[in-house]
Design a binder for this molecule. Structure first.
Ligand code: SF4
Ligand code: MG
Length: 325
């Protein structure tokens, strides 16, 4: 079967008064049917920018310079606003970290969830309400009739995020993109929302792109994961492989910094240094200033992506060129 989403060699750049600066480069990945694919990396590595590119909602000064994005085999780059409107909420939905970003404070919950049906189906008003109440129950909202007529500010953060998830589900999108959907919530609520995502995965088999900086979250929900660093995918594979046998020094550092109850009391590993800003990014491996394994070649040549088993990794530790030097 064909992938739900294919991103091929995507490059995105920001225009500033002093020039164009590349923010994403050579981004290639796919999301298969019934698959949850995670994106991890520190902030500023391009996780959100990747998902905004797929949703066609890049910031004004960001442009797609190169590459292809296909949803169910249909090109997304270059669609008109009208075509985008018929896709968003319908074929592809996005859930942000802060639920109020996607909710309208002036509209009732019922109106906001059923809006998708009004826009994309021919259902009657009664049918729309019936479906809306069903989806509200599915995402674990209580007192649905009462909530239907409430406004977002009357609800807790966790309930609001459930409503955003209901909006994403009601159109039966082929792909849901969730960008740190639990990060803004209290720890206990985080666990509940994550459990809801797991349930959706189990019952609906929806394909998802799931962005998180939290490996605990990634491990619980994702099948495959890719690791981003400074606008590039530096490693990808199944969650098991990546967590148990990371290949790239950056991934190794990230895995070592996962809090582990067995290591309690010991100091947590942190990767020294920081992600280079857009303007600091040059040729070569962008992790070079933070990498304990750095070699001469790393500074001037970007390592091409190599397949090692089912993993893909971009690092000179694994390339032939590195051995020559
Ligand atoms: Fe380190 Fe070189 Fe690999 Fe980059 S390419 S991660 S600098 S060893
Ligand atoms: Mg982000």
């Amino acid at each position: 079967s064909q992938p739900i989403l294919t991103v091929d060699n995507l490059e995105v750049a920001f225009s500033f008064p002093d020039g164009e600066f590349s923010a994403l480069q050579g981004i290639s990945f796919s999301v298969e049917p019934n698959e949850v694919v995670g994106i991890v990396g520190e902030s500023g590595c391009g996780k959100s920018l990747t998902s905004l590119s797929v949703m066609g909602i890049l910031p004004r000064n960001a442009n797609i310079i190169n590459g292809e994005i296909q949803l169910n085999g249909k090109d997304l780059i270059g669609l008109s606003n009208k075509e985008w409107q018929s896709l968003r909420g319908n074929k592809i939905s996005m859930i942000f970290q802060e639920p109020m970003t996607s909710l309208n404070p002036l509209l009732t919950i019922g109106k906001q969830i059923s809006e998708v049906l009004k826009k994309h189906t021919k259902l009657s008003k009664e049918e729309r309400k019936k479906r809306t109440i069903e989806v509200m129950k599915e995402v674990g909202l209580p007192r649905t009739e009462e909530l239907y007529a409430s406004y977002p500010h009357q609800l807790s953060g966790g309930m609001r995020q459930r409503i955003v998830i209901a909006i994403a589900l009601i159109g039966e999108a082929n792909l849901i993109i969730a960008d740190e959907p639990t990060t803004a919530l209290d720890v206990t609520i985080q666990a509940q929302i994550l459990e809801l995502f797991r349930e959706i995965k189990r019952k609906r088999s929806t394909s998802m792109l799931f962005i998180s900086h939290d490996w605990g979250v990634i491990r619980q929900i994702c099948d495959r994961v890719f690791v981003m660093y400074a606008g590039r995918i530096i490693e990808q594979g199944t969650v098991n492989e990546i967590v148990n046998n990371p290949k790239h020094p950056y991934t190794k550092g990230l895995i070592l910094s996962i809090p582990d109850h067995k290591k309690r009391g010991k100091e947590l590993h942190t990767i020294p240094g920081r992600v280079p800003t857009l303007k600091e990014r040059k040729g070569g491996c962008l992790f070079v200033d933070r990498c304990a394994n750095a070699m001469k070649i790393c500074k001037y040549e970007y390592p091409k992506s190599l397949e090692i088993g089912e993993q893909k990794v971009s690092c000179h530790l694994y390339t032939k060129e590195a051995e020559v030097i």
